[in-house]
Structure formats: structure tokens, C-alpha cells
Design a protein. Structure first.
Length: 472
């Protein structure tokens, strides 16, 4: 995926477009074509009526284009090697992985194609997605389906589990297939850290006693945004008050200042006194690996992988903050104009299948926990999952038992925007370039940035905002 897509918009402008002009474009461009759950270009394939055998037949001999976050070598290898091999050998399908810096690139690509009248035969067949990106596409009627009722792998999932049937509080309604079982917790080097903070007050006290030994990724990178959400939960009375289907403006206005007052108090005790923030999870993990920081928020899969591969100190321990750490699953979805929806469904099923879930669960492969229900599996597969869990390196069940859901995506978007206004003075971009911006500078979707000083920014500007979740 390159920046030469037909349309690449900052998040705020994109969301406004999705709610207005994009819908108008869809109404115009799709007037003579089938709806998002209908047939493809040849009108022979309809996910509502096709059998699984017909889907497999339609997919055989095709290439499926999968747009996915490409920021992890291990995750990329899982796709390029194991997934690609399974698709080729079992189904006669060729995988074309489209690497993304952030998932909004794929979302914007779909919007641009549909606006240009390409309502079928699009360049993306499947997207690794969740959160605000899914909400944007679903509310914009830009998704193909519903299709998950056709996937054989769904028999292994608990369809009463909110983590399987909703995405950031939004009902999935068959437009996403389950993929990752991500959990956002905390890692520490127990050789250097005795404390196990269970509240954000505990974390602040520890940071003051150990200045420079904690930090988090700069939002709006997805894991930095997750840290902000845990702060919202932990500092304002828990997640339940935010769990409604709709964003609560009054509640946000009441509680959000508490979060940013806290972050400003924490900032001088962060790595490099908060003068800069790691731009990616990769850089954060490097800081932890080389001992510059002793504690970090991270996804459990990355902690398990770091322990298994020896990248992280062998004294690394993981812990969850009760009622604060996040249960943050992600999914795959098919764009409304996918050129190969049959191939996309086969790929989505493989990713959701027991075999696919088991392979990515292995810490030396990826370490991502399964989203399926182990008790629904045949005995031999149960034993295989149990063996991986025994070798996982951290107590998975104990750590995830007290995690809580991610709520309406608008809270995350507001947290990202407010952080950019309130907190950063300087940080490194994802391309390693230094950007310096005074507090309360104009938002990054207000271009050009006349008051802003920067060095080697992208196209003469600061980096594009991202709208991305684990992995994606």
C-alpha cells in the first residue's frame, strides 16, 4: 500500500466524509449494482445463497489481496509463510499481502475506489480491522456481507461472547470474522522492579521513584491510544460508564480533563522526561530490551514472543491492572467492492479456524491468544492448545481474567485528538524523523501548519494521523 491511493485523508476529515459525502457517492455509484450483500461482477456468487463448496469452487485458482498492518516481522512471516502455504496447498489460492502502516490507508483506499465508481473489482479483498475503522465502514455501508454464517470455523466460537459478536461496542452483524484475541497489559523486569502497580496512582508513585524508567507509545499509534483508554478507565471510575452503544458527550467533558491532568503530571517522570515518545511498539520494546525502561504497557502476544525469543530479559513478568487492562480483539472484513469475495471468505475462515488460531498462538510464531472457545474443539486440538498455553511464558488465563472491553470508538478518537493538543512537545515519527510542535498547536488535520516547526516531515507536513488497532 502506498500513499498514492486515490484518496488519503486525515481521520477527522475522513470520518466526516464517511458520514456525508461518501454516503451520497455510494447512493449514486451503486444505484445500478447490487447491495453490499449481493453478487460480484459475474453475478454468480452471492454469500447469502452460496454453499461452502460453491464458495471454495469460486475461490480456487484466484489471488486474494489481504490488507494488513505490516509492522511486525513475525506477524508478516505468519501470513507470508504459513497462511500463504495453506491457501495454496489446500485451496489453490495465491495470497497477495498488502502491507499497511495503519489500517486507515485501506479504509481510504476503499472509499476512494467507491467514490470513483469502482463498486466491484476493487483492489482489496480482505482487511485486518477493528474499532473506529470498522465503525466507519459499517456505518458507511462499505462492507460486503453478512458472510460469517457461511464460515465453517464459526462453529468453534461462542456467539454469546461480546468479544466475538461486537467490535468496540458495535454489533458485528456478520460483517467481521474473528481473528485475534489481543490483550493490552503491562510488562516489567522483575530483577529491577518489585512493585506491581494496580492503579494509575500506583503507577505515578512508582514513576516518581524511578524517573525515566517508564513510557508509552505516542498516540495515535494504536498501542499508544490503548494506553490512553486504560488511563480513562483507571482514573475516572472504570469502563462500565462508557459501555453504552452511543458516545456520551457530557460524560466525556466531565471526565477527560482528569486524564490529561494526570498525564501532564506523569510526563516529567517518563523516559527522556517526556520530551519525546517512542513512535512505535517496536521502538518501545527496544527501550525495554536494552534496559532503558523497566516497565511498559504492551500487548500480551508481544510479551510472550519477547520472552520466547530471548529479546526480553528472562526476568520479564507480565501483570494486568484489574478492571483497567484491555480485552482488545480484532477481526477481518470484506470491502463492499472486493474483487474476490469468495477468496476473502476462504482466507477469513482459515484465519478463524482452529489450525490458524493454534499456529498464531505459538509464542515463537506470534503469540497471539485464540479468540475461539477451546471447549468447543475436538480432544486432540484441545490438547494442542493446552500444550501451547503451558509453554506460553506468562499465565494467560490469570492475566486475562480481569481485563475489560474496549468501548465506543469515539472515546479513543477523542483521547487521541486531546493528547495531540495537550501533551506532546516533540516526538519521533514512524519514519524516525523528529517533529517538534508546541503544546496547543493546531490539530494535524488543520493544514498547513504555519506555527509548527518540524524537521524532514512527510511531504512538508507532520505524519498523517492514524486510525489503527492491534495489528491494524
Amino acid at each position: 500500500m502506498t500513499r498514492n491511493a486515490p484518496l488519503f485523508l486525515p481521520r477527522r476529515r475522513f470520518l466526516l466524509l464517511s458520514a456525508g459525502a461518501c454516503l451520497a457517492a455510494l447512493a449514486t455509484n451503486c444505484a445500478s449494482s447490487s447491495d453490499s450483500s449481493g453478487s460480484t461482477e459475474n453475478s454468480d456468487f452471492d454469500p447469502k445463497t452460496a454453499t461452502w463448496d460453491e464458495i471454495l469452487s469460486a475461490a480456487e485458482g484466484t489471488t486474494v489481496s489481504w490488507a494488513m498492518w505490516g509492522g511486525s516481522d513475525n506477524v508478516n512471516a505468519y501470513a507470508d509463510e504459513w497462511i500463504a502455504e495453506q491457501l495454496s496447498n489446500e485451496y489453490g489460492i495465491t495470497l497477495n499481502r498488502i502491507p499497511l502502516t495503519d489500517t486507515v490507508e485501506a479504509v481510504n483506499k476503499v472509499v476512494g475506489e467507491v467514490q470513483a465508481g469502482q463498486t466491484s473489482g476493487g483492489s482489496i479483498d480482505l482487511i485486518w480491522i477493528n474499532g473506529e475503522n470498522f465503525r466507519t465502514l459499517k456505518q458507511g455501508d462499505l462492507l460486503y456481507g453478512p458472510f460469517t454464517d457461511k464460515l465453517p470455523a464459526m462453529e468453534y466460537y461462542d456467539l454469546d461472547n461480546p468479544s466475538v459478536i461486537s467490535d468496540f461496542g458495535l454489533p458485528i452483524d456478520g460483517y467481521e470474522a474473528p481473528y485475534t484475541g489481543a490483550y493490552y497489559i503491562v510488562a516489567k523486569d522483575s530483577a529491577k522492579v518489585e512493585a506491581t502497580p494496580q492503579t494509575f496512582d500506583d503507577l505515578l508513585a512508582w514513576a516518581k521513584e524511578n524517573p525515566g524508567r517508564f513510557t508509552y507509545v505516542a498516540p495515535p499509534q494504536f498501542d499508544g491510544s490503548r494506553f490512553l483508554l486504560t488511563a480513562l478507565y483507571g482514573l475516572t471510575g472504570g469502563y462500565e460508564q462508557y459501555a453504552g452503544a452511543e458516545f456520551d458527550e457530557e460524560l466525556w467533558n466531565q471526565n477527560s480533563p482528569v486524564v490529561f491532568d494526570y498525564l501532564k503530571e506523569l510526563e516529567p517522570y517518563l523516559w527522556r522526561e517526556g520530551s519525546t515518545y517512542p513512535p512505535t511498539q517496536t521502538r518501545l520494546h527496544e527501550l525495554y530490551s536494552n534496559g532503558e525502561i523497566w516497565m511498559m504497557p504492551a500487548f500480551i502476544a508481544r510479551i510472550a514472543e519477547g520472552i520466547a525469543t530471548g529479546q526480553f530479559p528472562e526476568t520479564t513478568e507480565a501483570f494486568a491492572m484489574d478492571g483497567i487492562s484491555l480485552n482488545d480483539p480484532s477481526f477481518t472484513a470484506i470491502p463492499t467492492n472486493a474483487g474476490n469475495p469468495a477468496g476473502a471468505m476462504v482466507l477469513a475462515n482459515l484465519l478463524s479456524s482452529p489450525a490458524g488460531q493454534l499456529q498464531k498462538f505459538k509464542p515463537d510464531v506470534w503469540g497471539d491468544p485464540p479468540l475461539l472457545s477451546i471447549d468447543k474443539l475436538p480432544d486432540d486440538m484441545k490438547q494442542a492448545f493446552e500444550q501451547v498455553e503451558q509453554d506460553y511464558g506468562v499465565p494467560l488465563k490469570d492475566l486475562t481474567a480481569s481485563t475489560v472491553p474496549v468501548v465506543n470508538a469515539e472515546y479513543t478518537t477523542r483521547l487521541e485528538d486531546a493528547w495531540e493538543q495537550e501533551i506532546p512537545r516533540s516526538y519521533f515519527t514512524a519514519k524516525g524523523r523528529m517533529a517538534i510542535r508546541p503544546n496547543h498547536a493546531p490539530r494535524r488535520d488543520k493544514w498547513p501548519f504555519a506555527p509548527t516547526t518540524y524537521v524532514e516531515g512527510i511531504n512538508g507536513h507532520l505524519p498523517q494521523p492514524t486510525t489503527r488497532t492491534y495489528g491494524f
